[in-house]
Design a protein around this ligand. Sequence first.
Ligand code: GLA
Length: 694
Amino acid sequence: MPETVAAGRTWLLSGPTSSYALHVTEDDTLVNLHWGPRIAPADAEALAAAPPEAYWPFESPLDGREEYPVEGGPRFVRPALSVRDDVRRGTEWRFEGHTVAGDGELRLRFRDGGLAVTLHYRMRDDVVERWATLANEGGTPLELLRADSATWTLPHREGWRLSQLHGRWAAESRLVRSPLTYGEKVIGSRRGHTGHQHLPWVALDTDATEESGEVYGCALGWSGSWRIAVAQLPDARVQVTGGAGHDDSGLLRLAPGGSFTTPVFAGLWTDAGHGGASRAWHAYQRAYVIPDADRDRPVLFNSWEATTFDISEEQQLALARRAAAMGVELFVVDDGWFGARTSDRAGLGDWTPNPDRFPSGLRPLADRVHDFGMRFGIWVEPEMVNPDSDLYRAHPDWVQYQTGRTRTELRNQLVLNLAREDVQEYLWQRLDALLSDAPIDYVKWDFNRCFTDAGWPGDPYPQRLWVDHVHALYALLDRLRAAHPHVAFESCSGGGGRIDLGMLSRTDQVWTSDNTDPLDRLAIQHGFSQLHPARVMAAWVTDSPNTQLNGRVSTLRFRFVSAMAGVLGVGGDLTAWSEEELAEAAGWVALYKEIRPVVQHGDLYRLRPPGLAQGGPSAVQYVRGDETVVLAWLEAQRYGEPVPAVRLRGLDPTAAYECRETGEIHRGAVLLHHGLPTGLRGDLDAAVVRLRRV
Ligand code: GLA
């Protein structure tokens, strides 16, 4: 519960190791007092009582201190809130009071004429969740040009360093660290979806290592266009502001009675280094974000790389038979099963089984897959349409477009305007029928192009389409989940193009990347793990040579151990695998099932990052209770030098650990200080080591 101190104008929220304090001054300015280690109410009071700093007329008394900088007055920072009506823009609010909800959520209410602003704060363990509600309680319309979820204030430090996850298609979530300098660093998406280019996350530190030092992190839960701006102000103060929407061209119009609730922007402080920050983020998502996170995710087979668009019931059955024999638990038919979808030129929008390929619908295949002891899943891409489809022929006005402008096709497809209620209703009907007509247990939900022509002829405020699309997507997923509670959902967007806390709160796992090369994946997974847990990170073992990207040849061992760092899947053409390969693969699947509870629910320690520059193996470790699993990979052994042992983490130095692979007993103190020999050698080698406390 937040503690209220100093006559109802100072609040202190505390988690197990951290505190967050804020204060409304006498002139109703809302300032940040503290974000860092746990403090007592008296500390917050002392911070609130500190006299204001002197400033010159060219400087601002407010910049760098406010919790939610509005537009106007003596402020020169990027506003979190920008509003206008017919006569003026900007906000001058009065503080109205605060309430605390049953789950400890603190709400601070402010008012500027008809505009009611509520700022929400909720502490979940050491994660502070923040969001805002803007409501038009007046009689005239308001335009929200910008409404960020939150602005975060960092303490004075020397030499801030910014971490971000950047990428592109097939190369997502690669970690980059660079010094922060004066001015602003802005990341985001102008694409209508979260995007492959950046995960909506930043971390800031000055001298943290993987396992020690102060780290601040912020992650946004929004699956459309977004923006996070990190500013180092002239006096070296640092603030991070972020929210939905990609520029200042307008977000929404609020008619009288209308309101907008921003997505959650979550923040975390730790002094346990980047690894500690990741573990706290993972624990938070497993406890509060991911549905049914306690449940193990099954080993799946996905048909995409094996059969692409050339699919038939018989051929899928042949794959399913082999997958089941390997120990796979969920068989997913990817693209190509519906409408006239024999290539990416046609069929999107027509969500009924292709009658040539599945003459009796999906049920016969689903039943056989169930007979094999596996669950059955399908691929869909509901937000899209091919112009060559029955849906588009019937409703050419259901797509995003602007009168007199080109309808830009990417992958031969257009984006449906999900802000339209008729489109929402069509998708609900089709998808609900699909899930009712055949025993489907799993839906891979794809999104394979960005917005380009986000227009809506006839709508008085077409800009709302950007935000309304996301709300409609969320509503559709929520409705489908409620109506079909046994169905699990995977979020995919050409790989990792829509991964964020918003999507993760309504899907069971995500497709990390279309890049299934097991070596590239190590770096992608290293970045992904900064924020998200292995429990949602799907990874498939595909063919060697790699068919999709680079022709790289690798052993089954290397491919499996790479994919076992997340939710294991298999995606190769099993009809071309030899009996020996199938038997070996079955062994890996069985091993994965043994280590799965530790990998999917344990604490992650990144022991050594991937990359040759580190000269040696890369490795991760998962710890759960008395069980430990180490996965290690060697890219290339150089100069015949011995591969160094890997120092473990998170163990009890006074305990002994039995290696399940060799039967050897290791001392905890030795594993922590001197390391575990991995036995890796040569190129693209990999190892799994299971340890149990004795
Ligand atoms: C996207 C996905 C792939 C596959 C194809 C099908 O690219 O990321 O995994 O589903 O679409 O068209």
